[in-house]
Design a protein around this ligand. Structure first.
Ligand SMILES: Cc1cc2nc3c(=O)[nH]c(=O)nc-3n(C[C@H](O)[C@H](O)[C@H](O)COP(=O)(O)OP(=O)(O)OC[C@H]3O[C@@H](n4cnc5c(N)ncnc54)[C@H](O)[C@@H]3O)c2cc1C
Length: 371
């Protein structure tokens, strides 16, 4: 199909990469984003080799690599701080590195700049009020009183998706996974030049983001999903690291700014039924939100964007494209969500303990498959 007009609900990673992929196919794209500030939540993100491949396919690889910190291996440390292994990460492209650490703000800027350059019209601070399908499209009323008419709508509005609620009000809500992640930025010492993972009862890692910056993540069991007040958050994060390996314990002394701590209870959701209804389709976390144990949530959203754009061009109808899209994506996204949640369950004693190195090696094999 050519010349489609498309509304994307949500200006996050999936919404923006969809806008880029669809703009390149010549489609007319409008994005609406609920947050009037278009602020970016979180610290940084790890992007694996399949994401590097997808971003190369999107045609934005140079800006993307420039904005982050590329690396080709994973360093694993024992709970006492000794280096256990340096594991090479497999490359899926000839020219580009295997992995990238990138700050969420830098990623958002690269994606948003390109989405706009590809012609996307971005409107901030509004949501969908009503959706009404008619014979040849979807009539949409927005919360600011404006209206639009589109050939199709993409719900890229994240784990708490309003579009999912509108389409499938009876499906299960996102589930708390029993763990939370604490994150904090640091000046990057030269020796942290790859993803560094510290084993132990509290999972800790260091992710380089640029020549100057890295972030620490700390994964903790949080039974009952307690709420922590902002005031005192830095001290609580430091206390969580009481038994950390020496290098991490030393860094933990620098965790002093409550505002700098990014705390996030982990939630997940997997739509096992349709990801689409009529002329509306869900992508990314809206249909398959994972815990970050394999670092693949955003990767799946970016791959979704490429596949959906490919299927729309090939298909003779919107429905045919949506069915083909879900067929290509379902198994892979289920694998990521289920394998990630299994690691989490094992760590909190809700399931068999998973060997993370083996699970990661298996994941590398799966994601190497073409999308
Ligand atoms: C702690 C943590 C660490 C993670 N680490 C990694 C990692 O290392 N690597 C990785 O690949 N993935 C990681 N992820 C997962 C990744 O963040 C998500 O999978 C990814 O952001 C999903 O993209 P999305 O576009 O579907 O949703 P989002 O990025 O959440 O974007 C949704 C957008 O929609 C907007 N929105 C919401 N509701 C509405 C509405 N009603 N109308 C309009 N707009 C709306 C939101 O404001 C937001 O801008 C991590 C997640 C967590 C929680």
């Amino acid at each position: 199909m050519q010349n489609l007009s498309i509304l994307i609900v949500g200006g996050g990673i999936g919404g923006l990469t969809s806008a880029i992929a669809l703009g390149q196919k010549g489609y007319s794209v409008e994005i609406i984003e609920k947050d009037p500030e278009w602020s970016v939540y979180g610290v940084g993100i790890i992007q694996q080799s399949n994401v590097i491949r997808a971003v190369a396919q999107l045609g934005i690889i140079d800006d993307y690599l420039e904005a982050g910190f590329p690396f080709d291996r994973l360093d694993i440390y024992l709970p006492n701080g000794d280096l256990a292994a340096k594991i090479p990460a497999p490359r899926l492209t000839d020219k580009y590195p295997a992995q990238l650490g990138i700050s969420r703000r830098a990623l958002q800027k690269v994606l948003a700049d390109r989405a706009v350059a590809e012609g996307a019209n971005v409107r901030l601070g509004l949501v969908v009020q009503t959706l009404q399908e008619d014979g040849n499209g979807v009539a949409v009323e927005f919360s600011d009183g404006s209206n639009g008419h589109y050939d199709l709508v993409i719900g890229a509005d994240g784990v708490y998706s309003q579009m999912r609620e509108m389409l499938f009000p009876d499906v299960e809500k996102p589930k708390f996974a029993g763990q939370s992640v604490w994150r904090y930025n640091f000046k990057r010492p030269p020796e942290v030049d790859a993803l560094s993972v510290f084993e132990g009862p509290i999972g800790t890692g260091l992710v380089p983001l640029s020549d100057e910056l890295m972030y620490m993540y700390v994964t903790t069991p949080e039974p009952g999903n307690p709420k922590y007040p902002r005031k005192g958050l830095a001290q609580v994060m430091r206390e969580k690291l009481n038994a950390a390996p020496p290098f991490i314990a030393e860094l933990a002394q620098q965790i002093t700014d409550d505002e700098g701590v990014v705390y996030k209870p982990l939630e997940w959701l997997l739509l096992r039924g349709d990801w689409h209804k009529g002329r509306v389709v869900l992508i990314g976390d809206a249909s398959h939100a994972t815990t970050p144990h394999l670092g693949q949530g955003a990767g799946m959203a970016i791959e979704d964007s490429l596949v959906l754009a490919e299927e729309l061009i090939l298909a003779d109808s919107v429905k045919e494209a949506f069915v083909a899209f879900q067929k290509r994506r379902f198994e892979r996204c289920c694998y990521i969500v289920e394998s990630s949640v299994a690691i989490c369950d094992g760590q909190i004693g809700e399931g068999p303990l998973v060997n993370v190195a083996e699970a990661t090696a298996d994941m590398f094999k799966v994601i190497a498959e073409p999308i």
